[in-house]
Design a protein. Structure first.
Length: 154
């Protein structure tokens, strides 16, 4: 009987810990979810660019999910016109740098291609942290708009 109680306790603990891990993992978006969000944005841009950019900037809109969010910039000037951080609107993406000085924004700007989704890898802190960790963004260009969605790799 004692062996049965210990086995049940261990099984319950494993189930509880496993559930906790699943909840923690769901706190951040996945690569597949990031790509799906970008593909949805491409569809919106093709229908009506101005209306799409308005949707992209809605704080409670469909282009924000946990740590996933869409960012867009003018593919010619580099100026942000959609971002979760409204302070970046109207600033040039090419000026963004990683904590170590690596030219993150220039890498994204140079990587966008019409009709092709590519990935750009970099290091960026998770929400509520200052320590950079591996992150990757899917980026593409649709007409005069270049957009991306990033996700944390770890």
């Amino acid at each position: 009987m004692r062996k049965s109680i210990v086995t049940s306790t261990v099984a319950a603990a494993a189930l509880f810990l496993g559930a906790g891990y699943a909840i923690a993992a769901a706190e951040f978006g996945s690569a597949a979810e990031a790509k799906k969000m970008l593909e949805h944005a491409v569809t919106e841009l093709k229908v009506n660019e101005a209306a799409a950019v308005t949707k992209f900037n809605k704080a409670d809109g469909e282009f924000r999910d946990r740590d996933l969010y869409l960012f867009c910039f003018n593919a010619t000037t580099g100026m942000f016109n959609a971002h979760i951080n409204s302070a970046l609107l109207g600033t040039d993406i090419r000026l963004l740098k990683e904590k170590d000085g690596t030219p993150l924004g220039q890498k994204i700007f140079d990587g966008t291609k019409e009709g092709t989704i590519i990935t750009v890898s970099y290091n960026f802190p998770k929400p509520n942290s200052t320590t950079p960790v591996p992150k990757e963004s899917y980026v593409t260009r649709v007409g005069n708009e270049a957009c991306g969605v990033g996700y944390y790799k770890s």
